[in-house]
Design a protein around this ligand. Sequence first.
Ligand code: FBP
Length: 552
Amino acid sequence: MDLSPLQKARYAYTPKLPGMLRHGISEICVQEGSATQSVADQAKIKELFPNTYGKNEITFQKGKNTAPAKKQVVGVILSGGQAPGGHNVVCGLYDALKATNSENVLLGFKNGPSGLIEDDYLTFDDAYIDQFRNTGGFDIIGSGRTKLETEEQFAVAAQVCEKHGITAIVIIGGDDSNTNAAVLAEYFAAHNTGVQVIGCPKTIDGDLKNEDIECSFGFDTATKIYSELIGNIERDANSAKKYWHFIKVMGRSASHVALECALETQPNICLISEEVSAKKMSLSTIADYIADSVEKRAAKGLNFGVAIIPEGVVEFVPEFSMLIAEINELLAGSKAIAFNALATWKEKYEFIEKGLSKEAMAVFAILPEGIQQQLFLERDPHGNVQVSLIESEKLFSALVKDKLAQRKKAGTYTGKFNPLHHFFGYEGRCAFPSNFDADYCYSLGYNAFMLIQYGYNGYLSKVSNLSKPAEEWVAEGMPITKMMNIERRHGEDKPVIKKALVELDGKPFQYFAAHRDQWAVETAYTYPGAIQYFGPAEVCDLTTRTLALEKG
Ligand code: FBP
């Protein structure tokens, strides 16, 4: 295999462990903390998790390792969207497992949770794992979005574990995958399988965090990549002085990615979905808000700008959600066949006009035709509109264009508006992990093995104090049930890990809110540049602004 110079150099990088895990496996002991309870709905969660609920928080410390000597066969699964650092979780897990006993075995189930059910796996050895150290991607075993959630799947999983003599499963995933890890742990305990389940917090979206989990891995690297690109675009905009750039960034639901990029690059506009929802902003209000910035800058001769749009924003616009619900209803079941049989867009438009309420039609009518067609043509296998495919960056630039045309007529605006569009998502998910993610992920994997060795089940590998140098990080374990509450999902009450949305009274948003009016009018861009892997710690080991503001 041909290697790039950076790839070679990254193979040689030694990830930093928390100080307390640096003494060698025989020198790591466990300190039990207090019993836990779930963040809400305690009685219900306790009833659903009788074997794994209420367990103690734990911290690892320097001291004699008292874990029972036992051969460990561990299975690892990568679940959901890629996030930089996933390979290092596997490497940290492997290194701790082999350092404890060279007879221990690590199996990797392929292509996500389905690999466990299909018994599709590989066995790791040094030569294989060494090709993936400190690299991006999930290609070490692949990932997938199959959910492990039914009793039938759990029974098959138990059989597969028994067949291989598996003592523990490590699931590396987001809120849904770790919810399912907790349910699997409970099943294994209830059926006395002796198999432990440990979760690790992953997702570039940054929405798996709470008072215990300071951040999910991958968020640091992905936002640094997007911020570099946005900074480069800002500099281009400020050089050419002729384009307004509308940049959509990933984040299926929460706007942590958009907010972090805004803190890093100080664009003219950044929408925050959670604020759109809280203020019940309409499409027209949002378009006016952006158009105000365009107009004020134009008055200063600045006919350029940068606007960041979070991927999931349209779902947070109340009138848009109402429109989507009506479209789903309009095309439910056989009604879709009648719609699809119509030959021209004109005929289809008439059908839509007849079927939607006056309020929904008013929203539909202001959308650009491309977006209107997208809403009806690209639907999922259940016939629902695929909101994630909506090109919201184009939607908002078109709405702003209309607003500016009206303002031109009214004589209040005389500038030029040339929009360009970008979507940054996949560019960041498989990047070489930053030093922070390389270190954090390796530590999560290493720590996951310590939890296994000490016999914990239904725990999340937790590494905290992350805004400090790695030496001061704290290696811990936390029962997953502690993060759970009951939510309504698909018409049923379900125990789930609470998704963390951007808190409007939190420090990162407050900082942004205090500066955005100035950024909207002035050219206050900052240019973070590319991730630095080698060099001074103050450049290379920087955490995110979000983490610094939350914990600093
Ligand atoms: P996870 O929540 O599984 O980590 O994935 C998040 C994400 O990267 C979102 O930002 C994005 O909306 C989505 O995955 C894209 O999914 P896919 O890879 O299936 O296209």
